[in-house]
Ligand binder design. Sequence first.
Ligand SMILES: Nc1ncnc2c1ncn2[C@@H]1O[C@H](COP(=O)(O)OP(=O)(O)OP(=O)(O)O)[C@@H](O)[C@H]1O
Length: 636
Amino acid sequence: MTKGSINVSVENIFPLIKKFLYSDHEIFLRELISNGTDATLKLKHLTSIGEASVEYGNPHLEVKIDKEGKKLHIIDQGLGMTADEVEKYINQVAFSGAEEFLDKYKDSAKDSGIIGHFGLGFYSAFMVADKVEIITKSFKDEPAAHWTCDGSPEFTLEPSDKTERGTEIILHIAEDSTEFLEEARISSLLSKYNKFMPVPIKFGTKEIDDPEHEPATITDKDGKETKEPQRKITVDNIINNPNPAWTKQPADLETEDYQNFYRELYPMQFEEPLFHIHLNVDYPFNLTGVLYFPKMTNDMGVQKDKIQLYQNQVYVTDNVEGIVPEFLTMLRGVIDSPDIPLNVSRSYLQADGAVKKISSYITRKVADKLKSLFNANREDFEAKWNDIKIVIEYGMLSEDKFFDKAEAFALYPTVDGKYFTYEELTEKIKDAQTDKDGKLVILYASDKDAQHSYIEDAKAKGYEVLLLDSPIISHLMQKLEGSKENITFSRVDADHINNLIKKEDTQISKLSDDEKKKLEEVLKAAIPAEKFSVQLETSDSDATPFIITQPEFMRRMKEMQQTGGGGMNMFGSMPEMYNLVVNTNAPLVSDILNTESEDDQKRLITQSLDLARLSQGLLKGEELTNFIKRSYSMIK
Ligand SMILES: Nc1ncnc2c1ncn2[C@@H]1O[C@H](COP(=O)(O)OP(=O)(O)OP(=O)(O)O)[C@@H](O)[C@H]1O
């Protein structure tokens, strides 16, 4: 037996390892399984190039719990190590790696979660074990070796009688880590980190229906038929799928395969994804993956099922911030790249050249896919628009390159269910909706029911009204107004329809200037000035006499402030202000003016104002009750 001291400068590094990665203890399993997988794949490579004259066969890894002995075994059938190699790779190289790592990151332990994703390799075993054994037999014709270390720098190395090729790691689980002797805990770790690792991993056995056995039908003496019980067989419980969809070629996969993989990724997700995007690039960086567009709601809150990041089929994290452009973090799926540096902080990651390229590649790929879906089946794309618009609109807002590309597929739906691209829209409305100053006014509603009467007024004039109801739409309109020539967005209730799109022709007023002045006085006396500012308008005599509008600018600023936007706080705290637009050509308005009794006049004004408020959804509580009572008494 050899005894020795691991090549390490600090007296006892293990307590440090344990403390350092306290919150991430569980990653030891991923590290050890990755080592076993690497050892297996290395052997595969060596046999394929004729460097190892052994049969590769169908190797698998195994994880075994020995609850009584308080041990956890991780066994592989990979290339194994000779005693010399244990000395070299475990006593010297591995440990210096761990030491270096600790040295480097000791001070930045708190710096974002990502450091925790970078393993300490083999020595992370000491986060959960107070003694670790390695029993290993190389594929080379040399005796097996048995290494033991109890967490101090001293180790022992002796020959072992292991005959099968490969390595067994035995962890003597520490008192404070007995959770790792629980089957449920290990099982959930395996499914979190190892679900798609490239070598099959066995964890216990399971009972399945015997595929060879077809239960016979038994007829009893009364002629009643029953089925014989299904025979069960016990098979290895393989916890992973070594060939997940993203490792295959798109040409070899059908839509159904992508849907199955989606369910494999998110077993608790019962809704089908709308469509998928297969990522596959090997220059100038390596990246594969499948992204899915789920059905999206306007609720941009926290979502549970996120994009998962893998490195060579080993799960790393589901926090892809910085790697995937922010607007795409709403998607689901998998990204696998060996080129994403993981042992660095997030801020460094965002500045990394390769990562930036990855991010812009993903953006481009998503835009291309959307364009081809739009071109291939526009009807289907329109049908899905409501579920995907939030991602596209958010992308247009946040990424200029995406904004440009989205020109080809971003849709502007109307209240009547038609869908236009920006180009089609402007072509369609340019004649009717260009105002006297040559500005194209794009009318929209955010709520078909609430703004019904305004929409009708606009349609009566032959205008198209869009239905734009995303929470971030105000920001996007602002951006479109800034980047397109001479256009403006206006919500249908932002002003009287005549003022929304001002034309040359002016209406003739039935009232003289003096009458208008008198009308204004009468109205102001009856209407609370702090809530409504009265505005006289000459429209058709059959147009609505009183309407309430809310100026576009103020309302939009308030909305933008609510959905987040720098420097707009001052608008958020402003009181709601409305305009009351009174049509001086309406017969009712003449009646108001000509009513002798002041009481009657006030009653008419109050009733008309309440009707206008009602149509904007602004009449509530006691005022609504009073309005109803008053209305009943009027028809009595
Ligand atoms: N199961 C195993 N079979 C064969 N060799 C192994 C096994 N586990 C570890 N080794 C050897 O020990 C070395 C050190 O392992 P360790 O996990 O510390 O570092 P690593 O795998 O090289 O890098 P990382 O820090 O990314 O895990 C490996 O490079 C490998 O040569």
